[in-house]
Design a binder for this molecule. Structure first.
Ligand code: NAD
Length: 427
């Protein structure tokens, strides 16, 4: 069923041995993720060419037109004018906000495009099934950007499991440390703060993790139970002396780990989501304006956030394999840790290294992961797999093709149902 790990079959040698035209793509959504994926075309122009851009934000659109030399007639400010054209490129990379994914994916498939689709696939399970069914009907590929599947670390972990050297998996314990600043920026102040609008964090953030656990186990999940709550980031926990905005005379601002003044003004981090007009560039004046009036200047205890800040999920898979997952905001680091317990050994990974023991041999070995790029290199390996899969028109070459990716989404939906209904869910 799941083929996490097989993307390694796509090697540089294979590419070089085939003299073909680069795969042409349209970037739909030229923000943070769209830019990251498009960089592959700068690095490997023989494999990928950014032909068109669909992006309402003028600054982001201009970034693409100038960097990728996109002519005016292939630069679109909205998807309607883009989809009104006949098919322009081989594929579309959809890297727009979550709520756009479903309609854009359906439109893209109806217009004959292969798709690389950002996670989450859609906003509910039926939408996921719709996309998968249409892709099947049209004989087109949909790759889901579950980039962790393609990271060097998890590919090696998967290979170790598949080698059977350490026996069969009994249990997985996986931890996602969201980190204080990411939590404050994206899930308390920013665009994923409201469960009602953005969806639950188990989908918007942890769909990666459930997908990964499912991919490592390689079996169907049979039942799931989950707990979690918004524990801390609410009015009643506001420190004495705090104000609605960090710059409005808050008495505890200087010692507050979530201070917007510290994060945005002093450290100049997480600035990429600040709304700018075409003639604006980030500077102190703009940051101060945001701190005074914008979403990101608000005290984390005085926001309108409803998304939970910690969650645990227990899963039972076929053959009695079990897994536990914990997501928590309350961490300093952002590296995931995974412990896999098998009949003849144990694997531990922290994304930077893997340590594994073989019980029968009495050995312990360590693999250092020398990969500094984001998502452990997965952001570009997924593109490589997608290009190869499109060339061969084969979803087998795409580890996170939509059929394989829906299972993790389904688990996330069921985990949320379990958390809300306070009962175990049979899948
Ligand atoms: N795979 C991952 O690890 C990962 C990491 C972060 C975000 N994401 C996902 O990637 C997607 C994009 O996130 P981001 O961080 O790049 O956000 P972003 O805000 O930086 O970029 C989104 C871009 O889409 C544009 N846009 C908005 N509506 C559009 C429309 N109708 N048509 C075309 N473009 C439109 C925006 O102007 C913006 O430039 C989200 O779905 C997010 O959940 C995935």
């Amino acid at each position: 069923m799941l083929n996490l790990g097989k993307s390694q079959m796509t090697t540089d040698t294979q590419y070089k041995s085939k003299t073909r035209k680069p795969l042409t793509i349209t970037i739909m959504g030229g923000g943070n993720r769209g830019k990251t994926y498009a960089e592959y075309a700068l690095k490997y122009p023989d494999e990928l060419k950014v032909l068109a851009i669909v992006e309402p934000n003028e600054i982001n659109r201009e970034y693409f037109t100038s960097l990728y030399q996109i002519p005016e007639h292939l630069s679109f400010a909205d998807e309607t004018s883009f989809f009104a054209q006949k098919k322009l490129s081989d594929a579309i990379f959809i890297a727009t906000p979550d709520h756009c994914h479903y309609s854009q994916a359906i439109n893209a498939l109806n217009n004959g495009y292969h798709i690389l689709l950002e996670k989450p696939i859609a906003q509910n399970l039926n939408e996921c099934y719709d996309i998968a069914a249409l892709a099947e009907k049209k004989n087109l590929l949909v790759g889901v950007c579950h980039v962790l599947r393609y990271s060097k670390c998890f590919q090696k972990v998967k290979q170790l499991i598949e080698s059977k050297e350490l026996g069969e998996i009994i249990n997985i314990i996986h931890f996602e440390p969201v980190g204080l600043e990411r939590m404050a920026h994206a899930f308390i102040r920013g665009q994923w703060r409201k469960q009602e609008d953005a969806g639950p964090i188990i989908i918007t953030k942890s769909c990666h993790d459930l997908d990964l656990i499912q991919g490592l186990v390689g079996k169907k999940c049979k039942s799931i139970a989950s707990y979690g709550a918004l524990n801390y980031f609410k009015q009643e926990n506001a420190p004495k002396g705090s104000t609605d905005r960090c710059i409005n005379g808050c008495l505890v601002e200087e010692s507050c780990p979530y201070s917007a003044v510290k994060i945005y003004l002093k450290e100049r981090s997480w600035l990429r989501n600040f709304a700018l007009t075409a003639d604006e560039k980030i500077n102190e004046e703009i940051i101060r304006k945001e701190l005074k009036e914008g979403l990101y200047g608000r005290c984390v205890f005085h926001c309108d956030n409803t998304v939970i800040d910690s969650q645990v999920v227990s899963m039972l898979f076929e053959d009695n394999v079990t897994a536990n997952f914990t997501m928590s905001a309350f961490t300093k680091k952002e590296f995931r840790t995974t412990r896999i317990l098998l009949t003849n050994g144990e694997i531990f990974s922290d994304e930077k290294s893997i340590t594994y023991s073989n019980f029968q041999e009495g050995t312990e070995k360590r693999i250092q992961i020398n990969e500094t790029s984001k998502h452990g290199g997965g952001d570009h390996v997924i593109i490589k797999s997608f290009i190869n899969a499109c060339r061969e028109n084969s979803k087998e070459l795409l580890p996170s093709n939509i059929d394989d990716s829906i299972e993790g989404f389904r688990m996330a939906i069921m985990a949320e149902e379990s958390r809300i209904k306070k009962k175990m869910i049979e899948l």
